[in-house]
Design a binder for this molecule. Structure first.
Ligand SMILES: [Zn+2]
Length: 96
């Protein structure tokens, strides 16, 4: 599997460390009334079949945190963006 790092270009997957699903959103507050939301955020993850966004650390390269959008079935990589750009695009989506 090859991943196109925005900084280093196309690199082998062995250079990356994966953290997991990038889609869960951190709750807005640590209000005790939202403990169920915190539990979901910290412990519960989907195991989707198909397209998934995952955090990846380019440990063997530029050491940047990225979000890799890929298929869990075929391992096809659809897009790779920096974690910062991913978060910014989600904030835009939340605001509109
Ligand atoms: Zn890189």
């Amino acid at each position: 599997m090859l991943i196109k790092c925005p900084h280093c270009g196309t690199r082998p997957v062995e250079e990356f460390t994966f953290l997991g699903d990038a889609r869960p959103r951190r709750p807005a507050s640590n209000d005790p009334a939202s403990m169920e939301q915190w539990f979901d955020y910290v412990y519960l993850r989907d195991n989707p079949r198909g397209r998934m966004d995952e955090y990846a650390h380019h440990a063997g390269g530029c050491r940047s945190w990225l979000v890799v959008s890929r298929s869990t079935e075929t391992h096809e990589v659809f897009a790779t963006v920096t974690a910062r750009d991913y978060a910014a695009s989600r904030r835009k989506g939340r605001a509109s």
